[in-house]
Write a protein that binds this ligand. Structure first.
Ligand code: FMN
Length: 149
């Protein structure tokens, strides 16, 4: 049976992102997958990558060694056949929680070697869900505030 991990990277449970993440997970379950939905902001405290380079040390290659709230999540993703990630758009970007997960998930697999590009044993298909609600006419104004325009 395929295993799908679905993660709501919004601090709000039961709102826009969570609803879509759970719907996507339900669709996967209907197709026969084993699914688990995780609320990122309900995990024990976690941070983004702290650049300890533990994941580049023999014995831990490709595995984040930081034992915080994301540790088990990263292991679950490693064993999953598919990943559903949902984030609200915050100031034109993903949420801070999403970004922390993203740093930790990706950096552990980077090898700094040309002969082997990734410590990940396989590719995991990802469904990315973004929710937002700003009206088009405000976009330009927001981008200007952020210094992009
Ligand atoms: C801090 C913050 C920043 C936001 N920035 C944007 C934005 O840049 N563009 C946008 O379209 N919506 C923005 N929104 C609205 C959310 O992206 C939108 O309401 C989203 O669907 C909320 O997801 P949730 O219901 O799962 O929490 C922002 C909301 C918050 C709280």
């Amino acid at each position: 049976m395929k295993k799908i991990i679905a993660i709501n990277c919004s601090p709000r449970s039961g709102w826009n992102t969570d609803i879509l993440v759970r719907e996507a997970a339900a669709g996967a379950a209907e197709s026969g997958a084993e699914t688990e939905v995780i609320d990122l902001y309900k995990l024990e405290k976690f941070t983004g990558c702290v650049s300890c380079f533990g994941c580049k040390m023999e014995g831990h290659l490709g595995r984040c060694v930081c034992r915080d709230g994301l540790y088990d999540v990263l292991e679950k993703i490693r064993q999953a056949d598919g990943l559903i990630l949902g984030s609200p758009v915050y100031l034109g970007d993903v949420s801070a929680g999403f970004r922390a997960l993203y740093e930790r998930l990706i950096f552990q697999y980077i090898t700094y070697k040309t002969e082997i590009r990734s410590y990940s044993e396989r590719r995991i298909p990802v469904l990315l869900i973004l929710t937002s609600n700003i009206q088009a006419e405000y976009d330009a104004e927001l981008l200007a505030i952020q210094g992009h325009a």
